[in-house]
Design a protein around this ligand. Structure first.
Ligand code: MOS
Length: 796
């Protein structure tokens, strides 16, 4: 905050504003403010879009690399005013998959010096007893899991007790001493065993979830398949995968006295968690403040509140003191996962490659108590011109925790199956796989039969193919070599939604030319702080370092969870609307000046530029922000606006991708290396080409993991995950990542929203696994349809 003295100084020196000499007035503790060096990297050359579209370094980068950015488990109690200091909880989890607890004996744990309490269903404080109270913003249909609620066990790894101690190591040791006897029921954790019992999905009742309702069929797929000249049928499998963010799930619940709490939580939605806690514990919204200013990776695992926040709050309320709960890496495998998925695709085509029919059937995994799914099958019918399409999606209920969103949920998996099937169809048709996609190219959303607000997929294909050198590909499998390695080239298409959500932003512009932009959104690591700063700086006509961002605090203006790639478009358009209000108010103030240079101007005539409000037609007709506010005798102009996206019903909006991959396969050993990836994306106007590049590059790395490494393995006799750590669950490391080229295809879109932004956190991964799988086929002549493609499958 600017103090009185500095404000007076600025008000006394309007010239300083004109020369942008405000840097010394900023709050030195504000970690989100870009450093001068970063700001100077892209100093205004074009006044109206100085930052939008430029490769701007993260404004929170310095705080992150210096450790100044604190994560949920790094907050300590603010002094000792309210109690005896921070206590630490360690979670005891179930070792069986299904049944009930018949005895839970904490006496040995309680004898350990430093142990304060052991909480379980036997002695926990009161919690809500209706399903509705546990339903968060994106809860699927069903009966949400209630931590420590009763003696019932629904999955292995379920939290059953919390040991609270003065020290985290003592808590963890004592947790190992809690004795539990169970009565076991038979469990089932194998999707293949449950396949025949799977039941059709229903349209979700939750409005956000309803975005993922499966599309309607069209034409007659069976008939068209029966008469098609060329057919392909394939079954594709994606295993359970886990998110594995570097930051462990953690909550630090600070007891503020009188039943009030401040909760530092790892989450993708602070208001979602606040509302959930209010439901579970019957607290008033003003009595619980949830904070998550930084997040060390989420990828969907933090969209729903995770159980450690319930345990931390439960313990804080029971003990009336501050409590932190941090999950272990192993416990991170008990909180949700990408559902395993068996998919069957049938394609029928004419000899020239015209698609005539497609069916897409999926069986996806959820828990026994909630029906999580996305619309996994509909991507197939959306993408390519095809008169007949039919979908069937069933849920296999297993004795596991509920599955959840993981980067590009349903897109990464559904499109994997489709794009492998298209590759197989191309082989059957003796057509180049890219040529087949171009012959089936559709300028309309095939499911809803609408044109797109923009679709530059054709250009993605063209630019990526050229960068990759695709025309040099010999179509014959096993025909290309590099020494003792077989070389394979594959490609695939990607598609994802361009979603937007209602959201509110507040701008508070001070007379010294510093603006605070606030919204309860998260920044899950994608660069939200930075794009919010860029857009506000441009629209307020200020340098980057004069903008500070407040987010990740439930007391800030309304925000949905950050997910679905909807935040960039949503929050920046809210900022744009709030900035327009600020500009109008500044104009009103400026006009009140005697002989005002803007006396005749209306809001549409003026811009904010270089610390001034100026006429668009003649930028010399201007008044500094400071002078305008002095006219009105105000210290600040504050405006809050809710952006309510109202997409034009005549259009569909999606993001698209074309990805090309090269693999080299050791012929003797079967070892696969992904030596090159070209990942071309069309996602509207790109706000920040640097952070966007990082998103798409990271997504390509994850696609390598999906294709070759990642798989959560369950011992079905125990119903337990057996590779619940980084030793057993393989993700790509530096040695697995070679050349990745990212291309952004220009895609103006005046229809989707005023800024033309689509969002791109997810599109980058979609086609990668299929492109690699198709490249492995091209290298080896062996088609592996079950992910991950490991060397045993290649030699089998
Ligand atoms: Mo993303 S899977 O919507 O966090």
């Amino acid at each position: 905050m600017v103090n009185d003295i500095s404000r007076r100084n600025v008000l006394g020196g309007a010239a300083a504003v004109g020369s942008m000499g405000w840097g010394s007035l900023v709050d030195p503790d504000d970690l989100t403010r870009p450093s001068r060096a970063i700001a100077q990297e892209r100093r205004a050359s074009r006044p109206l879009t100085a930052y939008f579209g430029t490769p701007t370094s993260r404004v929170d980068g310095r705080a992150k690399v210096t450790g100044a950015a604190k994560y949920a488990a790094e907050y300590n109690e603010r002094g000792l005013a309210f109690g005896p200091g921070l206590a630490h909880g360690s979670v005891v989890t179930s070792s069986i998959a299904k049944g009930r607890i018949v005895r839970l004996d904490a006496s040995e744990a309680l004898r350990v010096a430093g142990v304060i309490a052991v909480l379980s269903h036997q002695n926990r404080p009161k919690m809500a007893d209706t399903d509705d109270a546990y339903k968060d913003e994106i809860a699927p249909d069903g009966s949400p899991f209630r931590p420590l609620y009763n003696d019932k066990i629904m999955f292995s790894g379920q939290p059953i007790a919390l040991v609270v101690a003065e020290d985290p190591d003592i808590a963890r040791f004592a947790a190992s001493l809690v004795q539990v006897d169970y009565e076991k029921d038979p469990h089932i954790t194998d999707v293949y065993r449950q396949r025949d019992a799977a039941t059709p999905v229903r349209s979700p009742s939750n409005p956000i979830e309803a975005l993922f309702t499966p599309p309607k069929p069209r034409g007659s797929a069976e008939q068209a398949l029966a008469s098609a000249a060329v057919r392909h049928t394939g079954e594709y499998y994606v295993p359970i995968e886990h998110h594995n963010p570097m930051e462990l799930y953690a909550s630090t619940a600070i007891w503020d006295g009188d039943g009030k709490l401040t909760v530092y939580d790892k989450t993708q939605g602070v208001q979602n968690v606040r509302n959930y806690l209010c439901g579970v514990f019957g607290m008033k919204p003003e009595d619980v403040r949830v904070m998550s200013p930084y997040m060390g990776g989420g990828f969907g695992s933090g969209l729903r509140p995770q159980y450690q926040v319930v345990l931390a709050v439960l313990a804080a309320r029971a003990l009336e003191r501050s409590v932190r709960v941090v999950l272990t890496r192993q416990q991170m495998y008990g909180i949700g996962y990408r559902p395993a998925m068996i998919q069957r695709i049938e394609l029928g085509a004419a000899a020239d490659g015209t698609l005539e029919a497609m069916t897409h059937e999926a069986v996806t995994v959820t828990s026994q108590y909630e029906d999580f799914h996305r619309q996994e099958t509909g991507w197939s019918g959306l993408l390519y011109k095809c008169a007949n399409a039919k979908y069937a999606h069933k849920l296999a209920k297993l004795d596991l925790v509920t599955s959840c969103d993981m980067r590009c949920p349903s897109g990464a998996t559904g499109v994997y199956a489709l794009e492998c099937a298209m590759d197989e169809l191309a082989v059957a048709l003796k057509l180049d796989p890219l040529e087949l996609r171009l012959r089936c190219y559709s300028d309309r959303d095939q499911n809803s039969d609408r044109p797109y607000s923009s679709k530059s997929l054709r250009e993605c294909y063209r630019q990526a193919a050229e960068a990759f050198g695709w025309h040099q590909r010999n179509p014959q499998p096993r025909s290309m070599r590099d020494g003792k390695e077989l070389v394979g080239w594959g490609m695939a298409t990607g598609v994802w939604d361009a979603l937007q959500m209602p959201i509110t932003a507040r701008i508070s512009l001070s007379s010294n030319g510093h603006a605070e932009v606030s919204c309860a959104t998260s920044d899950i690591g994608t660069g939200t702080y930075t794009i919010m700063t860029q857009v506000a700086a441009d629209l307020l006509g200020l340098p980057l370092e004069n903008i500070s961002i407040k987010l990740g605090d439930s007391t800030l203006p309304q925000s949905p969870v950050e997910g679905g790639s909807w935040m960039a478009a949503s929050v920046t358009n809210a900022i744009a609307e709030a900035c327009a209000e600020v500009r109008s108010e500044l104009l009103r103030l400026a006009k009140s000046a005697p002989a005002s240079p803007l006396a005749d101007a209306v809001p549409g005539d003026v811009v904010l530029v270089d610390g001034k409000i100026a006429s668009k037609r003649d930028l010399t007709q201007a008044m500094t922000i400071t002078d305008a506010m002095r006219q009105g005798v105000v210290e600040r102009v504050e405006r809050e606006r809710t952006y309510n996206p109202q997409p034009d019903e005549k259009y569909s909006s999606n993001t698209h991708q074309a990805v090309f991959a090269e693999v080299k396969v050791d012929e003797q050993l079967g070892v696969i290396r992904v030596t090159r990836i070209v990942n071309a994306v069309a996602a509207g106007r790109i706000i920040n080409t640097k952070t966007a590049h990082s998103q798409i590059m990271g997504a390509a790395v994850w696609g390598i993991g999906m294709a070759l490494h990642e798989e959560t393995l369950i011992d079905h006799s125990l119903g337990r995950i057996m590779n619940a750590d980084f030793a057993g669950y393989h993700v790509p490391v530096n040695a697995d990542v070679h050349d990745i080229q990212v291309i952004f295809v220009d895609e103006p879109d005046d229809i989707i929203n005023p800024l033309g932004v689509k969002g791109l956190g997810e599109i980058g991964i979609v086609g990668v696994a299929a492109a690699i799988a198709n490249a492995v086929y091209h290298a080896t002549g062996k088609r592996v349809r079950d992910l991950p493609i490991t060397l045993d499958k290649l030699s089998a």
